[in-house]
Design a protein around this ligand. Structure first.
Ligand code: 4AD
Ligand code: MG
Length: 431
């Protein structure tokens, strides 16, 4: 059992405590060993004096290598010069596992390919720990925001028979002689939930067999998907910008030390203030074409476009009124313009791209039937979904925010593979 953790150092000054951890780094200067010990909650420098611990013990400890597991007992003291803030004067060291072979990850720079192969060990380093701590805070903050705003957690299934985001990116599997897929999005089930609870959300893994090899795509990623009954697109965007602002504030407040480890320029995050600008797809095409992108009506907004857009705005920006043909069947047609839908994507600044995709949902029975058919989907598999329009249909909206994309933006990491413990991409399913 652990009675003390490094994050409690502040409350333990002058007390004798035991740290149960791992050796992160060590140097010696003749009579003193400077051990940096980590325990998952933080890092601390531990000072071992030869004359205190004894000559033989000193000689044994001197040969310990990185990531040996040990318990170190001593008294805590504040040290303003130390990057960790505190130091321990060691009285005793108990070694649990002394490493006999070379630890694969040295404290020098390694390439990302190498580190990814050792992801199970890479997560022990300060930068990866910081990113994954921020991810955990993003998830907890998202849940807190939604729970405080009347949303009920309502889990969507992972094994499904539907393809909300198009049939080209499905992981198909054999489900007792029937075809099933890994969920691309929990949305359709959230729509059913919204009619039962008013406001619901799911937060969990989703899967896309996308052949995209970009810094923004994973084949398994986590998404939060809130859905609201009696809600139009205008109100939905207000909830989205409220959630994003809340999360930024929360990360800045609760993850200060992690942001420092990552050397994140937080002034850019501090500037983010709702309401965010709303710009139509048509206006975005004009902006892109001014940047020599030669875009036509109906073209997708790709990674490079996202970078241009986010470099043109300091604030996140909602792109609205997408062409109907470029978006999924469930989006509601704009009442005043049948060529566009009431969908909106939120683009993060600093080149982090699309972090939210959302829309008002088609709520008319006849229209949804024809949209399902036009999308080439089998209406039989969607009868339950169509029932939502048959029995007490109301205007409703929802959105999905990618947890890894949002975390990458907060951390300032340029590839989202570092924002999930064990990333899955088209090139990687190990470890
Ligand atoms: O825009 P998307 O595809 O929207 C949906 O899935 C809707 N059904 C959501 C809803 O309305 N309930 O995905 C939503 C978000 C994107 O904005 C992005 O942040 C993230 O999910 N995302 C990915 N993240 C990592 N890797 C991928 N391959 C991603 N695809 C989407
Ligand atoms: Mg999208």
């Amino acid at each position: 059992m652990r009675n003390f953790t490094i994050d409690k150092a502040k409350e333990s000054i002058d007390k004798v405590v035991t740290i149960d951890g791992w050796l992160y780094n060590m140097r010696s200067s003749g009579k003193i060993l400077f051990m940096i010990v980590r325990d998952g909650t933080g890092f601390i420098q531990c000072i071992i004096m030869k004359n205190q611990i004894g000559e033989d013990r000193f000689a044994e400890l001197k040969h310990l290598t990185q990531e040996s597991s040990l318990s170190v007992t001593g008294s805590i003291r504040e040290d303003k010069r130390s990057p960790w803030g505190y130091e321990m004067d060691v009285q005793n060291v108990n070694v649990h596992h002394e490493i006999k072979e070379e630890y694969p990850i040295q404290l020098k720079e390694h390439g990302v390919g190498f580190l990814s192969q050792y992801r199970h060990l890479w997560i022990r380093t300060p930068s990866q720990r910081a990113v994954l701590k921020i991810r955990a805070e993003v998830i907890q903050g998202t849940r807190d925001f939604l729970n405080e705003n009347g949303f009920v957690n309502f889990d969507s299934p992972i094994l499904t028979g539907s393809a909300p985001e198009g049939t080209t990116s499905l992981f198909e599997l054999d489900y007792f002689d029937e075809k099933a897929y890994l969920s691309q999005s929990g949305q359709l089930y959230q729509e059913a939930g919204a009619m039962a609870f008013g406001r619901v959300y799911c937060l969990g893994p989703t899967f896309r067999a996308e052949k995209s090899k970009t810094r923004r795509h994973l084949t398994e990623f986590w998404m939060v998907e809130p859905e609201m009954a009696y809600c139009d697109i205008k109100e939905s965007l207000q909830i989205q910008e409220g959630m994003v602002s809340y999360l930024i504030n929360r990360i800045l407040t609760n993850c200060d030390s992690e942001l420092k480890v990552l050397k994140r320029d937080t002034s850019k995050l501090e500037k983010i203030k709702a309401p965010f600008p709303r710009v139509t797809y048509k206006e975005i095409l004009e902006l892109l074409n001014k940047n020599d992108r030669e875009k036509k009506w109906g073209d997708d907004i790709t990674g490079l476009d996202e970078t241009i857009i986010s470099e043109n705005f300091e604030q996140p920006v909602f792109i609205t009124h997408f062409p109907s043909d470029s978006k999924p069947f469930y989006m509601k047609t704009t009442p005043t313009d049948s060529s566009t839908v009431l969908g909106a994507d939120l683009m993060a600044p600093e080149g982090y791209g699309e972090i939210i995709g959302g829309s008002q949902r088609e709520d008319d029975l006849e229209t949804i039937l024809s949209k399902i058919e036009k999308a080439g989907l089998n209406p039989e598999a969607y009868q339950w979904y169509i029932d939502i329009r048959r029995f007490g249909s109301v205007p409703h909206c929802g959105y999905g925010m990618g947890i890894e994309r949002f975390t990458a933006w907060m951390c300032g990491t340029d590839h989202i593979r570092e924002t999930i413990p064990f990333p899955r991409t088209i090139e990687r399913i190990y470890p």
